[in-house]
Design a protein around this ligand. Structure first.
Ligand SMILES: [Zn+2]
Ligand SMILES: [Zn+2]
Length: 82
């Protein structure tokens, strides 16, 4: 299923476990297939991230992003213990 809302096009996909039962719905970017739980995250991705070269590379893991705020949040949530 593909919905078009404003200038954003995305498809709604279903996440399934190995038994094939539905776990939750997710929104997939129609350009790169990246999946998001929330529409707002997908919109941010489409607007700032999709098709763009990443500018911020994590020094501790393979994470990369074009959004400085995402990098900050990633670093704080993933790599700050205590
Ligand atoms: Zn995308
Ligand atoms: Zn990292």
């Amino acid at each position: 299923m593909v919905q078009v809302i404003g200038t954003y096009a995305f498809s709604v996909v279903r996440l399934t476990n190995e038994k094939g039962s539905s776990l939750s719905r997710a929104l997939a970017c129609s350009s790169c297939g990246k999946e998001y739980k929330y529409k707002s995250s997908l919109y941010t991705h489409r607007r700032y991230e999709c098709g763009k070269d990443p500018k911020y590379f994590c020094t501790l893991c393979p994470y990369k992003t074009v959004i400085k705020g995402n990098y900050k949040r990633h670093f704080l949530t993933r790599h700050s213990s205590e």
